[in-house]
Design a protein around this ligand. Structure first.
Ligand SMILES: [Zn+2]
Length: 115
């Protein structure tokens, strides 16, 4: 679960299995590698590249003023894939393979800046 301290809004939050050390995108309740159910929250630099994306034209009500926008997945250095949005996208600016870095956790979404 997300903590309410500042780190959880400015750093990319991941869960690390206390048994084998494998990292996951939250939420995660069972380690598929070793079967343990105990995790600690760790923070990633959030550097990576655009792995996939789609253009959202009919979002949830909270985001309706922002549509259309790109929502996608980022493959972090270290190979974990996390979902997120892009801060300086422009609908056509997002491309698979572009370098991105994490900027914030906001309204339940990881935000990445295209670099
Ligand atoms: Zn494990």
């Amino acid at each position: 679960m997300k903590m309410s301290n500042k780190d959880s809004e400015t750093k990319l939050s991941l869960l690390q299995c206390s048994g084998c050390g494998k990292q996951y995108v939250p939420p995660k309740y069972l380690c598929t590698a070793c079967g343990k159910t105990d995790f600690t929250e760790v923070f990633s630099q959030g550097k990576g590249e655009v792995y996939s994306f789609t253009i959202i034209r009919m979002p949830f009500e909270e985001f309706v003023d922002e549509a259309p926008y790109a929502f996608g997945e980022v493959k972090l250095d270290g190979s974990l894939v996390v979902p997120g949005r892009f801060t300086n996208e422009g609908e056509k600016a997002v491309k698979i393979g572009l370098k991105v870095s994490f900027v914030k956790w906001d309204r339940g979404v990881n935000w990445f800046e295209l670099t």
